[in-house]
Design a protein around this ligand. Structure first.
Ligand code: CA
Length: 225
């Protein structure tokens, strides 16, 4: 998943970005509100972590503008503002969850997983495709009861394709889902991940079809009994 962290406190931003990257996510970071408004226009992110007190443009204004333009990206607000009135106001503005600083990283990570379950897996903790079972927030996959040994990149490719099952995903959509702004994924890098992933999925009852010039599609060949 690709996550955008908007936070002007360097230490907090560093801790959040590092933790999320270690969990296998692609993470972009912006520290001022004006940049963030521009960064959000491309809508390539799956989740937004939003601080409220930001230089140039506050997080509540950003949130309000997002929802006014019908951008439904899940938003987890992280802020030192802890009054009940403020929490209610921010949730009513369209935040999906609210975490008061200081917080433990473990709680932050659990809230990120919960938001992903609600918004990306439509409330179900696991997706079932053929004999393949995926826990997208937990970043694990199984064929029957055998757990797949997938790298972060392979899991990213699989999760991106699974979320658009039976629909085409272009190479550029895949690269957008997998890479943050500081990273580059070469065509060759994507081909290698795709090749290895296909081998690992050979007994899964699913296959990744290449539609030349257009992209890839995850298809279910065989359903679980
Ligand atoms: Ca701040």
């Amino acid at each position: 998943m690709r996550i955008l962290v908007i936070e002007d406190d360097c230490a907090i931003a560093h801790a959040l970005c590092t933790g999320l990257r270690e969990s296998g996510h692609a993470v972009d970071h912006l520290s001022d509100g004006r940049q963030a408004a521009l960064g959000l226009r491309d809508q390539a992110h799956d989740l937004l972590i939003l601080d409220l007190g930001l230089p140039y443009l506050n997080g509540d204004r950003l949130l309000n503008d997002l929802r006014k333009t019908d951008n439904n990206i899940p938003v987890l607000v992280v802020t030192a503002r802890d009054s009940i009135e403020e929490r209610v106001r921010i949730l009513d503005l369209g935040a999906d969850d609210y975490l008061v600083k200081p917080f433990a990283y473990a709680e932050f990570a659990a809230r990120v997983r919960a938001l992903m379950r609600r918004h990306i897996s439509q409330g179900t903790p696991e997706m079932l495709l053929g004999k393949l079972r995926l826990d997208v927030p937990g970043r694990r996959g199984w064929v029957d009861s055998h757990e797949l040994d997938l790298t972060a990149r392979e899991f990213g490719v699989l999760a991106a394709l699974a979320s658009r099952q039976e629909r085409l995903t272009s190479r550029s959509q895949l690269i957008e889902a997998l890479c943050d702004w500081s990273e580059e994924l070469t065509d060759n890098g994507l081909d290698i991940a795709m090749y290895r992933l296909r081998r690992k999925l050979k007994d899964s009852g699913t296959s990744i079809r290449t539609v030349r010039g257009l992209g890839y599609m995850l298809e279910v060949r065989e359903h679980a009994i």
